[in-house]
Design a protein around this ligand. Structure first.
Ligand SMILES: NC(=O)c1ccc[n+]([C@@H]2O[C@H](COP(=O)([O-])OP(=O)(O)OC[C@H]3O[C@@H](n4cnc5c(N)ncnc54)[C@H](O)[C@@H]3O)[C@@H](O)[C@H]2O)c1
Length: 295
């Protein structure tokens, strides 16, 4: 694969475009407006500088990575000749379904369309498309340039050829592909999100404050980051969507999203991306401070 399109220049799309470009793929990163695209270019540049400081890449590679990415609003022209599309638009079934239907009509007949969905059914997204054997889940982890896993979600019509191509590509970008069946939340979020939800419930009941909950899980369980900080990083809207998919998919109350999470999303406090969630973040997010919640 040489030519790919990434749709959605948000938290995940930015990271996916970055890592694909780092390993020599030509990427069109597509979003709805110029402002988001300008911002995404800045963020990728800052993230590359972090890699340079760590010594994992050099200045010359920075130039190459940036020159491998086209930041564009143009949808049809950018997707029509690519070999792979990775969609990373918000976690909303109707939005993703429409996008995949459009791609199915515009793209080449041998394109692979992958979704970075955190929880939605790949088989349902692929249902009634012409190329459903070439639709697959590529669930990258956040932050993409750092995290080594891609959870590969196999839909009920995904072909072996598609699986092989995506496994090869995942290894090429220096990540580990692990195959899972198409089931709500797959493996990663089916296990992670109930833990985050429980941390929020613990906070709501006043058992401990934000700082203590996160420190307990870090110092006591060896987690690199506490569950509330992780929720902020993922995005509280994304956490809420995944919990709803788990609740509806399994029909079990144990997955019901906590009321505090719902309230925070309604208030637009979505975590790191809005600079306020369980923590507040200054402009460059260097010194997050825990928020005090009334219980
Ligand atoms: N945030 C995480 O930690 C995380 C981790 C793994 C997977 N995911 C999944 O990745 C996907 C994206 O999540 P995110 O956190 O990056 O979302 P985000 O809200 O940060 O970004 C989504 C971007 O998509 C753009 N967009 C919306 N509709 C579009 C369209 N029709 N065409 C082009 N662009 C469009 C938006 O303008 C926005 O920039 C979701 O499915 C989410 O569940 C998220």
């Amino acid at each position: 694969m040489k030519q790919i399109a990434v749709i959605g220049a948000g938290t995940m799309g930015i990271g996916i475009a970055h890592i694909m470009a780092q390993f020599g793929l030509k990427v069109s990163l597509i979003d709805l407006n110029e402002k988001i695209l300008t911002e995404s270019k800045k963020i990728i540049s800052i993230n590359i500088d972090r890699q340079i400081r760590k010594g994992t890449i050099n200045e010359k590679q920075k130039k190459n990575i940036l020159s491998n990415i086209i930041f564009t609003k143009e949808f049809n022209e950018s997707v029509k000749n690519v070999e792979l599309v990775v969609e990373a638009v918000p976690e909303n079934f109707k939005l993703k379904k429409k996008l995949i239907k459009d791609l199915d009509l515009i793209c080449k007949s041998d394109v692979i369309i992958s979704s970075n969905t955190s929880s939605l059914s790949i088989s349902n997204l692929a249902h009634k498309t012409r190329y459903s054997d070439r639709i697959i889940g590529m669930h990258f982890m956040n932050p993409v340039p750092v995290m080594p896993l891609v959870e590969i979600v196999v839909g009920n019509r995904t072909s072996e050829k598609t699986i092989d191509s995506i496994k090869t590509l995942t290894k090429k970008i220096n990540k580990s592909p692990l195959l899972v069946k198409d089931s709500p939340g797959f493996v990663s979020n089916r296990i992670l999100l109930p833990m985050i939800n429980e941390a929020i419930e613990t906070l709501s009941q006043g058992v401990a404050d934000v700082y203590s909950i996160d420190q307990i899980m870090k110092l006591g369980m060896g987690h690199p980051m506490g569950p509330l900080r992780l929720a902020d990083l993922i995005g509280l809207d994304v956490c809420l969507s995944v919990l709803k998919v788990l609740e509806n998919g399994f029909g079990e109350k144990k997955y019901s999203p906590n009321q505090l999470l719902i309230k925070m999303v309604e208030e637009g406090n979505l975590g790191y991306k809005t600079k306020r969630g369980f923590y507040g973040y200054d402009k460059d997010a260097k010194n997050p401070y825990p928020i005090k919640f009334a219980t």
